[in-house]
Design a binder for this molecule. Sequence first.
Ligand code: NAD
Length: 543
Amino acid sequence: MNNALFSFQKPVNEPKYSYLKNTKERLSIEKELQRQLSEVVEIPLIIGGKEIRTGQTVGVYCPHDHGHLLANCQLAGENELKMAVEESLKAKNDWMNLSWVDRGSILMKTAELLSTKYRNLINASTMLGQSKNMFQSEIDAACEGIDFLRFNPYFASQIYSQQAVCDKNVINRMEYRPLEGFVFTVSPFNFTAIALNLNISAILMGNTTVWKPATTSLLSNYYLMKVMMEAGLPPGVINFVPCKSQLLKESVVMHPDLAGIHFTGSTTTFNSLWSNVSERLGSYRSYPKIVGETGGKDFVFAHSSANPWELAVALIQGAFEYQGQKCSAASRAYIPKSLWSETKGHLVSMINDIKMGDVTDFSNFVNAVIDQKAYKTIMAYIEQAKNSNEAQILTGGKGDDSKGWFIEPTLIETDNPNFVTMKEEIFGPVLSVYPYDDNKYEETLDLCDKTSPYALTGSIFSYDKYAMTTAFNKLRFAAGNFYINDKPTGAMVGQQPFGGARASGTNDKSGSYLNLLRWVNPRTIKETLVPVTDYRYPYMMDY
Ligand code: NAD
């Protein structure tokens, strides 16, 4: 009899490997990179636990070597999408009735497999398929992915243990049911760990999913699916359906059994999914829960008490790690004129020192942007800066798409705080700086708050506690993740739950219990021990 009151213990974050030259981990990842480069993987759809081939395929290429084919991936058509919804609904009953501890144990086993046997597999496929250097892949595909897998069962333990108050004649219980229907998960290319978390957070709470991965991260995402299956994921609990996005509306988004959408990606895509749902409102079995983490225009704001060197290092890492393709990447900075000259010197010399190139060369800090579309969009912003008399390119600004989608880390100075590169999400290695008058600190904080529609991450650099508090208060709603004397990237599961509001999403904080709460549909149960036997109120007995 399964009567244990069990909870998963609080885990610690997965330690990073160093990958220093000649270490065991360095030698083995180099071997795995070469192995993956020497093969072309055939990626099927996985629906109801079965591999499905449609004959419609898309090629998966290295962004830093766009002639190198890594994989061919099958694409789902309308029929396969319908099948995926059916299989997710079919799998639902057994999955939600399985003990949540057993669901959690599949996540814990996946974490263990990714931490050991498949660490190289997931890192190398993320490096090659998404053009991440070793460090960026290690903190994403390995460490963050493993953290989500281990922390979520711990958060679920906390949720399930929350129970209502009872009275002497009444026993009250809370049953944390899953949502009724299926959850549609849509993942972005830029974090392997996010693709994993969008699915596991929902399934842990007893839901089943239909998963549409990004076409530019298919290799690592396919391996995630395979590792979860090896860890014991039953058929139909997650259905892996790469496809053309336009097919999703009718067969998935407007399906009456859609119970939720768990999305990460651009604000535009999220808005279109939300309006698809509104179009069909009234025809769903329940109101679908819509959770989306979207774009950002993340800021670094320096006060005159900041240290220019510390500020410059944070800007370099915050803006240019993973080519600025993090939703949290620093892309606009406000620096007092008194610090600007020294900070600029540090920035330009560090940027000129950055090496850019292939992920297999471990000396490269910057690799390629994800695809041709991104390359063109980012270069168009750089061209606007080149052609404007309100902005000046201090260093960088060139692209080279002959072998891979390479764009130099680019630093722009502008005297217009509303210049286009200070406002719009670029999602590339471009940092714009607005040097402000030292005596306009508060005014400039207001500008920072109002310039962009997003509110994802932001940093304040200050050693003056009063100035820091002023920024903290004035920028209260400008960022869901606020950093003090640190870069605005690098949130860790459990430590800095992640998400922003305004145009940056619904702020449902992945990496915390708050996100898991969106995937439950609680039922309150009241049991009366001795029922009432007279309908009249006691004072009526006097008459
Ligand atoms: P994207 O919006 O282009 O794509 C995201 C996913 O949506 C992909 O799987 C894509 O194929 C799919 N998609 C596109 N159109 C669709 C449609 N009409 N219907 C259904 N699905 C559709 O975003 P991206 O380029 O993959 O990722 C970059 C964006 O993601 C940036 O804006 C970034 O800020 C954001 N992002 C946000 C967070 C966060 O936590 N806030 C994290 C990572 C990325």
